[in-house]
Design a binder for this molecule. Structure first.
Ligand code: PEP
Length: 259
């Protein structure tokens, strides 16, 4: 399967931003201005907005995602939310292992693996986030970190499940910093990720997995990123809160159009 057969995916991570009114306003603007996008689109609001956003987006192609989940179905786990509860309010996507959860909330490759399994159990599409810190990149450890994160998260999955997951490469040094990986740096990491997926699953299965780039994606860098052969979409933070910017990112210009 070549890149042309992997439908791009553009997902917005709202993080801990927006109240109910602003969230509704943002998705209404997206809903009304989304024209024949060449990509699948998802938004990941905070938990408190999921039901309202799902209601606003009912009947549209825009999917709703959560930013995290807990692996048990229900029970005495104060403050946690299960895959089944997410699916019950209209979520079909979930971010897992975002670097902010790894950095501030003790997420490990083991917890990522458990969360991934529970997302698949509830038919949610998991977006598994991996990426190196600046120190790791400067210490020439990028490949080692990516391989450890991927193997730790994915080793329990059968090759037949590979097509159900999405991987997001998010270099930590590029998230929310305004520094974007160059298209060549991102492509290099994406190709390494695909080779690791080939080793974990199979070469054929690796070609079906969408690998998103995340880290200061903006309207003025999305086209060059999307022109790379192993970049299948983007996970967008800050710019996904601005309807005009996010719509431009969704409607990226494919290489055929820019040439
Ligand atoms: C993110 O939160 O996943 C992200 C990539 O953020 P930003 O686009 O703001 O760097």
């Amino acid at each position: 399967m070549t890149k042309a057969l992997r439908r791009p995916l553009i997902a917005g991570n709202w993080k801990m931003n927006l109240d109910l009114q602003a969230g509704r306003g943002l998705v209404r603007a997206l809903r009304e201005n989304l024209s024949d996008a060449a990509a699948d689109v998802a938004v990941c609001p905070p938990f408190t907005l999921l039901a309202a956003v799902a209601e606003e987006l009912k009947g549209t192609p825009i999917r709703v995602g959560a930013q995290d989940l807990f692996w048990e179905k229900s029970g005495a786990y104060t403050g946690e939310i299960s895959a089944e509860q997410l699916s019950g309010v209209g979520c079909s996507v979930v971010l897992i292992g975002h670097s902010e959860r790894r950095r501030y909330f003790g997420e490990t490759n083991e917890t990522v693996a458990r969360k991934l399994e529970s997302a698949l159990r509830a038919n949610l599409m998991p977006i598994v986030c991996v990426g190196e810190t600046l120190e790791e990149r400067e210490g020439q450890k990028t490949y080692r970190v990516l391989e450890t994160q991927l193997r730790g998260a994915l080793s329990g999955l059968a090759p037949t499940e590979a097509g159900k997951i999405v991987v997001a490469y998010e270099p930590v040094w590029a998230i929310g910093t305004g520094k974007t990986a160059t298209p060549a740096q991102a492509q290099d990491a994406h190709l390494f990720i695909r080779k690791t997926l080939a080793a974990v699953f199979s070469p054929e299965a690796s070609l079906a997995v969408r690998i998103l780039y995340g880290g200061s994606v903006k309207p003025d860098n999305i086209d060059a990123l999307m022109a790379q052969p192993d970049i299948d979409g983007a996970l967008v933070g800050g710019e996904s809160l601005k309807p005009v910017s996010f719509l431009r990112i969704i409607h990226f210009q494919s290489p055929a159009k820019t040439n």
